[in-house]
Design a binder for this molecule. Sequence first.
Ligand code: GTP
Ligand code: MG
Length: 195
Amino acid sequence: MNIHNVSLTISAVRPNQYPTTGYMEFAFAGRSNVGKSSMINKLLNRKSLARVSGTPGKTITINFYNIDDTIYLVDLPGYGYAQRSKSETEKWGKMMEDYLANREPLVQTILLVDSRHKPTKDDITMANWIRHYHTNLIVVATKMDKLKKRDIEPNLQRIWETLEMGEDDILVPFSTQDDEGKYTVWDMIEMMRAG
Ligand code: GTP
Ligand code: MG
């Protein structure tokens, strides 16, 4: 994908702020700090378009990045953030479920999990939501550069098993430190765009 213009269209806190252009949307979900914003920056070859934070952000927003007036990459609010209050967690759940269930231009939600850790209960819940609302489960294993070589295969296997992935599902190893996963993700997006 040859990208010319990217911009943050809106950091939405309410559905009536979501874009109305109708471009296909590809969304990225996962725990706080898993690397969603970093991955979007990597995909777009931008250093800091999507805000990357050492400490997870408290604001619950859905961020829509316009790619050449053709698609949106959507940065979904992270979960598993311990400092979040009960009411904020409820707000997160409502906003996410509403987006996943009702958002017409949404083509696919991609789940990001940290390659170093076993997927959490929340990751399993999110994987099941994705399976419910889309036909395929696409998972990206982030921060692959942090794994020792001997841990690569067992850790990918652990993700596969914990999320009960099947033959129609896809697991993509990803790192901001190289380009391999980037091309795979773009190829998948291109294929889904073409239908
Ligand atoms: P929230 O917005 O809080 O939900 O987090 P996020 O999922 O957007 O994570 P973010 O992109 O902010 O990344 C969190 C931290 O992980 C940052 O310090 C990133 O630099 C780091 N990080 C993300 N991806 C990678 C990667 O592939 N390799 C390495 N080494 N660090 C990464
Ligand atoms: Mg982020």
